[in-house]
Design a protein around this ligand. Structure first.
Ligand code: TYD
Length: 214
């Protein structure tokens, strides 16, 4: 069976992931691909219900391991009902945040043990692993200023201080460095149009290679 491709966007607050994910989806559709755009936490009705619990901070008193389990519960539903069927149908799935966010926020920042995260990853995602991950990188002061400029109230994770966001940035860069065949770090501090063009170029190059090639 032909399998589609799975592209994820990762990075800290205000890196422009959501904008760039949307623009890449538009670019890929214009090139004739069938594209499914989605996001985490959420992306399916069951997962969106859990998203509210996580981002409101209602689960925070339960601790980072419990939060990791909730992110995984949401992910399992998202993968089962949306991502896996789309990949099986040969579509390109573009997802705003996925496994790397759990490794960064719950793992590196929350100190949830890697063994628990390994197990949750296996249960929630199984074989649905990204083929290509764009790690959008901006200095955390710029990211926080951009996120604040959106005007919406800060969620449970955005409300953390500058030191926390510096650690988030470093942890994403470490993830990317550990898996260079899958991850590409994109400097997202410039104009959105220039970032978009660079991402489109990288995605086109990767998609013209056979599935599984890096
Ligand atoms: P969201 O409003 O989607 O914001 P963003 O624009 O930053 O993507 O918020 C998602 C928040 O959830 C974000 O602060 C990171 C956090 N998160 C985790 O802690 N673990 C995860 O596994 C995922 C997917 C997200």
């Amino acid at each position: 069976m032909r399998r589609g491709r799975f592209i994820t966007f990762e990075g800290g607050e205000g890196t422009g992931k959501s904008t760039q994910a949307r623009r890449l989806a538009t670019h890929l559709r214009a090139r004739g691909h069938e594209v499914v755009e989605t996001r985490e936490p959420g992306g399916s009705p069951g997962a969106e219900a859990v998203r509210h619990v996580l981002l409101s901070g209602a689960a925070e008193p339960l601790g980072p391991s419990a939060e990791a389990m909730l992110f995984a519960a949401a992910r399992a539903d998202h993968v089962d009902t949306l991502i896996r069927p789309a990949l099986a149908a040969g579509r390109i799935v573009v997802c705003d945040r996925f496994l790397d966010s759990t490794r960064v926020y719950q793992g590196a920042l929350g100190a949830v043990p890697a063994a628990l995260l390994d197990a949750l990853e296996q249960v929630a995602a199984g074989a649905a692993r990204p083929d290509l991950t764009f790690v959008l990188d901006v200095p955390s002061e710029i990211g926080l200023a951009r996120a604040a400029g959106r005007g919406a109230a800060a969620d449970r994770f955005e409300a953390q201080g500058a030191d926390y966001h510096g650690k988030v940035r470093a942890a994403f860069l470490a993830r990317a460095a550990a898996d260079p065949a899958r991850c590409v770090v994109v400097d997202a501090s410039g104009p959105a149009d220039a970032v978009e063009a660079e991402i489109a170029r990288l995605a086109d190059a990767r998609l013209s290679a056979p599935a599984g090639a890096s």
